[in-house]
Write a protein that binds this ligand. Structure first.
Ligand code: NAI
Ligand code: SOE
Length: 385
C-alpha cells in the first residue's frame, strides 16, 4: 500500500531546525508508519542562507516569509522552530489554515498566549504536538513504565535540576542567534521557561499535576548590550530559579535551574523517590537509569545502573544490537515516530498543546511566586496521559 505523504514546512533553521530535520531524515529508516515524511519547504528570513540549508538537508523549496509557507496548499505540517515570541502568532495562523502543527517549547510566552493556541488547534481539529523531547529518551520512558507498573508505590519526592554555564560572561549581548534567550521580549523568561519547562513537562508526565509552588529567581548580570539597538539595556530574564512544590498526589517537588553553574553544560537530572523504589536519570549519561529496589534481598540491595540499550527497552528494538547505545538526537527521532504512529492509529501523540499549556501554567506560577514571595496556586488543565 502506498504511504500517505506528510509534507513538512519547517520555520527556522537554527539549532532546532537542524535537530528536527535530522529526525525527519532518519525516522523512516528506523520506524514503520503508514505515513512518509516529505521535506517540502523550509522558511527563514535570509534567502541565500536558507537555500544552502535546503540543499544540505534535502528540502524541495524555500520561503522567506512564514505567512507564505502557511498559505501554501502543498504543506501538511507546520514545524515551528523559531524563538518563543513567534510561536503563538505562527501556530494560530497555521491552525486557521488547517495545518498540523509541531511547535517548539515552551509553547508560548505566557499562559494567555498558550490558551489562545490551544483554542485555535482544538477549533481547527488539527494534530498538534510540543517538542518536549526529553520524554522520549528511552531511560526516562523506562522510568515512566516503572512508575505506571506500581513498582515505586507511593511517590514521596520528585527533584530535578537543569544546570548550564554559558551566560556567565557579562559581555555576552542580549538578542541575536541563540542569544535571543537573554532578551525577555524574545524569550518570555530566562531559565524558568527555557530549561525548567523541560523539567516541569517531564515531571507532569511522570508524577502528575502540580498544585502550588514557592519560588526564587535571580538575575546576576543586570544589564547587557542589546544586539538590535546597540545600547546597554536592562536584562529582564531570570538567570537562575529554584522552586518547591506540592504535587496533586501528595508528593513534594524540588526544582533548580541556572546558567551560572560553572562546569555544567546541559546537566538535566531527575530523581523520583517512592515507598518501594527510587530512580535517577542524568542527561549527561542519558542511556542509563539508576534504579534502587528495596524489595531486593538485603545483602544485595543497592543502586543498579541499568544500561538502557536492550531490545525490550523503550524504542531500542528499532535501533542497534543490545549494548550499543543511542543519544540526544534520537529523542527527536522518537518524537516524530510517535507523531506518525498517532496519525496511523488515531491515538494522538503527546505532549500536545494542552500539555504545553499545563507546563506554561506552572512556569507562570513560579515566576509570580518569585515576584510576590508567596506560595502560589497553579492553574490546572486536563492533560493527556
Ligand atoms: P536558534 O537561534 O538556533 O534558531 C532560531 C531560528 O529562527 C534561526 O534560524 C532564525 O533565523 C529563525 N528566525 C527568527 N525569526 C524568524 C522569522 N521571523 N521567520 C523565520 N525564521 C526566523 O534557536 P533554537 O535553539 O533553534 O530555538 C528555537 C526554538 O526551539 C525555541 O523556542 C527554543 O526554546 C526551542 N529549543 C528547544 C530545544 C529542545 O530541547 N526541545 C533545544 C533548543 C531550543
Ligand atoms: C539552552 O541552552 C538550551 O538549548 C534550551 O533552549 C533547550 O531547550 C535545552 O534542551 C538545552 O539548552
Amino acid at each position: 500500500m502506498a504511504k500517505k505523504q506528510l509534507r513538512i514546512g519547517l520555520i527556522g533553521y537554527g539549532f532546532m531546525g537542524r535537530a528536527h530535520s535530522n529526525a525527519y531524515a532518519k525516522v523512516g529508516h528506523f520506524f514503520d508508519s503508514d505515513h512518509e515524511i516529505v521535506l517540502q519547504a523550509v522558511c527563514a528570513r535570509d534567502l541565500e542562507k536558507v537555500k544552502v540549508f535546503a540543499a544540505r538537508w534535502g528540502y524541495k523549496s524555500v520561503e522567506t516569509d512564514w505567512r507564505k509557507l502557511i498559505a501554501r496548499d502543498d504543506i501538511d505540517v507546520v514545524d515551528i522552530a523559531v524563538p518563543n515570541n513567534l510561536h503563538a502568532e505562527i501556530a494560530i495562523a497555521a491552525a486557521k489554515a488547517g495545518k498540523m502543527i509541531l511547535c517548539e517549547k515552551p509553547l508560548a510566552m505566557s499562559p494567555k498566549e498558550a490558551e489562545k493556541m490551544v483554542a485555535a488547534v482544538e477549533k481547527a481539529k488539527v494534530a498538534n504536538m510540543v517538542w518536549y523531547n526529553y520524554r522520549r529518551c528511552p531511560a526516562v520512558v523506562l522510568g515512566k513504565q516503572l512508575i505506571d507498573e506500581g513498582r515505586l508505590g507511593r511517590v514521596f519526592h520528585y527533584r530535578a535540576n537543569f544546570l548550564q554555564d554559558w551566560t556567565i560572561n557579562p559581555d555576552l549581548p542580549q538578542g541575536g542567534a541563540a542569544l535571543w534567550r537573554l532578551d525577555v521580549k524574545a524569550a518570555g523568561s530566562g531559565v524558568t521557561g527555557d530549561l525548567l519547562a523541560h523539567c516541569i513537562d517531564t515531571a507532569l508526565w511522570l508524577n502528575g499535576g502540580i498544585k502550588d509552588v514557592t519560588a526564587m529567581t535571580e538575575t546576576f548580570v543586570k544589564e547587557r548590550k542589546h544586539t538590535l539597538t546597540g545600547k546597554v539595556e536592562k536584562v529582564g530574564i531570570d538567570d537562575a530559579c529554584a522552586f518547591l512544590c506540592h504535587f496533586n498526589n501528595g508528593s513534594l517537588g524540588l526544582f533548580e535551574s541556572t546558567r551560572y553553574a560553572r562546569g555544567h553544560k546541559a546537566l538535566y537530572t531527575l530523581e523520583v523517590n517512592g515507598e518501594h523504589a527510587s530512580f535517577r536519570w542524568d542527561l549527561h549519561d542519558l542511556h542509563r537509569l539508576q534504579w534502587f529496589d528495596h524489595g531486593n534481598e538485603g545483602r544485595l540491595r543497592g543502586w543498579n545502573s541499568i544500561h538502557v540499550s536492550d531490545s525490550d527497552h523503550p524504542y531500542l528494538k528499532n535501533w542497534w544490537v543490545p549494548g550499543l547505545q543511542i543519544g540526544y538526537e534520537h529523542s527527536f527521532v522518537h518524537q516524530v515516530a510517535d507523531f506518525l504512529q498517532g496519525l496511523d492509529t488515531g491515538k494522538a501523540a503527546l505532549p500536545n498543546f494542552r500539555d504545553g499549556l499545563a507546563t506554561d501554567y506552572v512556569v507562570d506560577a513560579v515566576l509570580n511566586s518569585a515576584k510576590s514571595g508567596r506560595w502560589t496556586k497553579v492553574k490546572q488543565v486536563k492533560q493527556g496521559k
